[in-house]
Design a protein around this ligand. Structure first.
Ligand code: UD1
Length: 338
């Protein structure tokens, strides 16, 4: 089985390439390096002993994607990560988000004639603030808080509607909760551009002295300690969920459009994450309490029964491993800047 990984040098993409190799798949990766670094390919080789076949490709260029598909007719499945993902930037520059996130997906479906097995990266953001927790896959999709969130909702609709008229298109949509952490080798991890907007990269950069104190966005939520609650999942567990999704598509006896939550099922507050980081690394963090961040939901965590039962996948790594691996990666980056 040969799998195309779009966004293969990105944060989740690179970890997934590693897990695909260890599960015995052939991999071809594409990326435009807009939010990643070519050196990640060498890092993957250091971990696995194998370098994925690779092409630098702008997925928004329809002709290039069609030519790529013609040259690579042995591709059996696609994991489509390549997309823009910064919530704040999407508010400032919505067209960038609608262009990148839709053109890429549509060009792939077009180039492969809607005859392909495809795993799509979606997000728990589609649920907004869920009415009941843990939130399961049947919960209503709420009006998106940002253009980024909107691209995920509409991309799901594009896939569902295309599947309805394409018997040879098989799609699994994975709705991720909050991916954090890094590979245990500390050779790959997240490479945020500029000031990290996400909690864990901000924590690791603050701890290493690259940033000032952390601001906890709100301590007046209706949660046990007042700070907002999320379902943090180790990026390696998330990567493995993609391998399980590919295996399910390979078996071929599935409905042609399926949706799964990918999380741990457990909610943790911002203050609990700060505490978990301090406990698992021995580093002391400086933080202050600030105002709520616009657009943030109070709490969300996933019902992961369906992915556990149907995909045969379960998150295995705990907060301790999430925090210590994220910290080891930050320390590696200090000595080996990209
Ligand atoms: C957001 C998006 C999610 C997207 C993810 C990665 C929403 C609802 N969620 O997740 O779809 O996949 O980013 O781009 O749009 N926090 C602080 N201080 C900080 C940073 C964060 O207190 O300096 C808090 C936030 O308020 C939040 C939690 O930490 O409660 C997690 O924030 P973050 O890592 O940014 O992820 P989400 O906002 O949950």
């Amino acid at each position: 089985m040969k799998i195309l990984v779009t966004g293969g040098t990105g944060y989740i993409g690179s970890h997934t390439v590693v897990e695909l190799f260890s599960a015995g798949y052939d991999v071809i990766a594409v990326d435009d390096f807009s939010n990643s670094d070519p050196k990640i390919l060498d890092q993957i080789e250091k971990i696995t002993g194998k370098k994925p076949a690779f092409k630098q490709l702008d997925l928004c260029n329809e002709q290039e994607v069609i030519a790529f598909a013609k040259e690579n007719q042995d591709i059996d499945g696609i994991i489509h990560f390549a997309a823009s993902k910064a919530v704040g930037e999407s508010v400032q520059n919505p067209l960038k988000y609608y262009r990148n996130n839709f053109y890429g997906l549509i060009n792939i479906l077009t180039a492969f004639n809607s005859k392909i097995k495809l795993v799509f990266s979606s997000s728990c953001t589609v649920y907004g603030q869920p009415d009941t927790l843990p939130v399961n896959e049947n919960a209503p999709v709420k009006k998106a808080e940002s253009p980024y969130g909107n691209t995920k909702q509409i991309a799901e609709e594009i896939l569902q509607e295309t599947c309805a008229v394409s018997p040879d298109l098989n799609v699994i949509v994975l709705r991720y909760f909050n991916p954090v952490g890094a590979h245990k080798s500390a050779l790959i991890g997240e490479l945020p551009i500029g000031v990290p907007q996400n909690l864990v990269p901000f924590i690791t950069q603050s701890a290493i002295g690259k940033r000032g104190p952390i601001t906890v966005f709100g301590d007046d939520y209706n949660t046990p300690d007042g700070s907002a609650v999320r379902d943090y999942i180790h990026v390696v567990d998330l990567a493995k969920a993609h391998v399980s999704a590919i295996k399910r598509l390979e078996k071929g006896d599935t409905a042609n459009y399926e949706v799964f939550n990918v999380g741990t099922g457990k909610g943790s507050s911002v203050l609990e994450i700060i505490n978990a980081f301090e406990t698992s690394t021995g580093e002391k963090l400086n933080y202050t309490i600030g105002a709520r961040r616009e657009g943030d939901v109070e709490q969300t965590y996933g019902d992961v029964k369906l992915s556990n039962e149907v995909l045969g996948w379960k998150a295995e790594l705990d907060l301790n491993e999430m925090m210590s691996s994220a910290w080891n990666w930050e320390k590696y980056l200090k000595d080996n800047p990209f």
